[in-house]
Design a protein around this ligand. Structure first.
Ligand code: PMP
Length: 392
């Protein structure tokens, strides 16, 4: 089978051999312990639930209450059928937290990226995009009709060259992830925003993996570098550190109004279901009060794991965050190590082509603030065994 010319042959082979680690069916899930029919109990180290909030009783209760009050769904697309005070509350809270002029909530981060990029760039413009950026950023770029130029990952010099080359374009829009989802490193947003100002370009940053988990106020990598006010549009998602579902854009009022009235993935798609919106709102309130403490616990766990795995001699690529890739290389070997870990009670993410470049297969550990010290130690122990067994 092919999709845009890419083949599923490798995935078909692993399914046929019964070793595919993809799309596992989770039978039960409690506090990052999941069970599957094949492997039984697994310690979840492959999630994006960085603050453990998807299991938090406050979020669960908020979702239950909202379903009782509003039902399981809204009446239709928000433009025509409205939205609940929960949706409105999320946008107001995000605006207050970030200090941006406006916030707008989408059904997902994917929808938010598609909408904001295709609103901020059109066919007279050029998009300058980090080559490693998330696929939803590419989807937004293709939809926009703008010329798309990419620069090597985090290469600010090459970005500067492109900004100079493209100086006659109506607009130059720079697109980056704040925290890269398969590599675990940050975008150099200080340098990028300086360049953008110098060249009168705009910056869109996808903080999907960093919002809630990074920065003194938990607002992401732009917050970490103190440049949030220089970002033209910040895209975030509720589906990772915030433990819920839904994407959002924090931007100026003019862009927000264009998105609200014109972006198809907002006007013509269903908003978040009330239970989901209630969980998102509860999550924002919770991180406002307890975020600093949760981030401190997360940082402690990250340090424990990075120190342990580096000490064992594993290659963690460029990570400096709660996303800890373990580089393996060969796709078959990556899947074999992943299976061995599951046989030994540990679940980690498995990243292979086309989701990372060919020959750059890796395991992806998602650290959570609620992992205990013992669980972190067990992960390090198992991966150290795997290193020896598979000569990693
Ligand atoms: N941006 C990045 C960097 C992501 O990793 C993801 C999800 N994997 C998204 C956007 C999309 O977010 P959502 O799951 O809310 O659609």
């Amino acid at each position: 089978m092919t999709f845009f010319g890419k083949s599923t042959a490798l995935y078909d082979e692993w399914e046929d051999e019964g070793v595919s680690p993809f799309f596992p069916v989770i039978e039960t899930n409690r506090d990052h312990h999941v069970t599957t029919a094949k492997h039984g109990d697994l310690l979840m180290f492959g999630s994006c639930d960085y603050l453990g909030l998807s299991q938090h009783p406050t979020l669960k209760q908020a979702a239950i209450d909202a379903i009782r009050e509003f039902g399981t769904n809204t009446y239709g697309a928000q433009l025509l059928c409205g939205r609940t005070r929960l949706h409105d509350g999320i946008e107001r809270t995000l605006t207050t937290l970030s200090g941006k002029e406006s916030a707008i909530l989408f059904p997902s981060g994917m929808a938010a990226n598609q909408a904001v990029i295709s609103t901020m760039a059109g066919d007279e413009d050029v998009i300058l995009c980090d080559r490693t950026a998330h696929i939803s950023i590419y989807m937004g770029s293709w939809l926009s009709g703008a010329e798309l130029r990419t620069f090597p990952h985090n290469n600010v010099k090459k970005l500067e060259t492109l900004l100079r080359k493209e100086k006659d374009k109506r607009r130059r829009v720079i697109l980056v992830d704040g925290l890269y989802s398969a590599d675990g490193d940050f975008a150099p947003l200080k340098e990028i925003t300086e360049l953008a100002q110098e060249h009168n370009a705009q910056v869109v940053v996808d903080e999907a993996h960093s919002f809630g988990a990074i920065g003194p106020n938990g607002l992401g990598v732009a917050d970490h570098f103190g440049v949030l006010d220089k970002i033209d549009a910040l895209v975030g998602t509720m589906s990772k550190a915030l433990g819920s579902v839904g994407g959002f854009v924090l931007t100026n009022q003019e862009t927000e109004r264009q998105l609200r009235y014109l972006a198809p993935s907002y006007t013509s798609s269903r908003g978040s279901a009330p239970g989901v919106a209630a969980a998102s709102l509860a999550s924002l309130e919770l991180i406002t009060e307890q975020g600093a403490q949760l981030r401190k616990q997360l940082d402690d766990n990250v340090k424990h794991i990075i120190d342990g795995l580096t000490g064992a001699g594993l290659n963690l690529m460029r990570t400096t965050s709660h996303i800890v890739p373990v580089q393996i290389g060969d796709e078959h070997k990556t899947v074999a190590v992943s299976n061995w870990l599951m046989d030994h009670g540990i679940f980690v993410g498995t990243f292979v082509h086309p989701h990372v470049p060919a020959g750059e297969g890796r395991l992806r550990i998602g650290v959570t603030s609620t992992h205990t010290q013992n669980e972190c130690a067990l992960l390090v122990e198992r991966l150290t065994e795997a290193k020896n067994k598979f000569s990693l």
